[in-house]
Write a protein that binds this ligand. Sequence first.
Ligand code: VNL
Length: 196
Amino acid sequence: MSLRYALLALLTAEPLTGYDAAKRFGGSVGFVWHAPDSQIYPELRRMEKEGLIEGEQVRWGPNSTKTRYSITDDGIRAFRDWINAPMDYGPIRDAPHMRAAYFEWADPDCVRENLQRHIDYYTEQRARWAAMRASILDASHPTIATRIEKYPAQEHERIIAYKAFAYQGLVDRATAEIEWAHDGLALVDKLSSPSP
Ligand code: VNL
């Protein structure tokens, strides 16, 4: 269900064709709500049927058209209702922590390898999230640039600050995951060293 709000969020910045929406999605809100193109196109069609967005035919080459979607007033209302509703938390399914809980069954070298993978994964994600945060803060991100154009300068800070805040949380979480994996490396050394 959140996919629809992620798409509405994107369309609050500008009208987009299905193709552009899918492309923009992957480089923005898709960082926090991944969805494959194969889910985006049918969801846009459902949202159009429900009146949350409206499609308009725009020229595409000399003798073709494509559908460009804009958010409707109903869509803006639905988006506001959602953003103001209490956050919902799904049940936890955390593969790395579940596995870590049973590491006494693993070869110490496999434990080390998996913890190193965890460090590498979050180091890479942290760099992506930090780069995204920077491109939001300096408004070099294309969706942010389009978004703030429509508002007077005194509104820019709150549009930008919340998005940067979201990514700061992800950066900090990545740092915590990396520290946890380092603690795990120390633990496996301690537990697998021969007792005196
Ligand atoms: C936007 C731009 C959102 C970049 C993002 O993630 C992002 C936006 C929530 O302006 O909607 O990374």
